[in-house]
Design a protein. Structure first.
Length: 135
């Protein structure tokens, strides 16, 4: 499973760096931040390139910082094109759950459910919300 963390500024990079200090170097883990001088279109292309580098059968879990923030909306705009799992409201303890779940062989759907259970007031499973809107 490929994990992509997207945030405002350097928050995503900080989460990835900290998780790797604790759990060791991780493959298929990337971070992208929307910087003040950067357009959302540039961020979208970076995320798109990362998604397209994943193998066809690989699950992709994208974690964003803020519900309805620009990084969140950028990922939402990619969801019609790609089969993505997307959870918003990520923080360091939840990020550790993602990585430990992935290390233990859990699938993205199971990890998403565990995140919702761990932090129901702050985390949203965007894939499920998106499915509801599409109906």
């Amino acid at each position: 499973m490929k994990v992509i963390v997207v945030s405002h500024g350097s928050y995503a990079r900080g989460l990835v760096d900290t998780v790797q200090m604790i759990a060791g170097k991780q493959e298929d883990l990337e971070a992208f931040g929307l910087e003040p001088e950067e357009s959302v279109d540039t961020l979208k292309e970076k995320i798109r390139q990362s998604i397209e580098q994943a193998s066809q059968e690989e699950e992709i879990l994208i974690l964003t910082d803020i519900f309805y923030g620009s990084p969140f909306n950028t990922v939402i705009s990619l969801m019609p094109e790609y089969d993505l799992y997307h959870v918003t409201g990520i923080n360091l303890p939840l990020m550790m759950e993602v990585i430990m779940g992935r290390i233990s062989g859990k699938h993205a759907e199971e990890i998403c459910k565990e995140l919702l259970k761990a932090a129901p007031d702050t985390v949203r499973d965007v894939r499920e919300l998106y499915k509801e809107v599409e109906k």
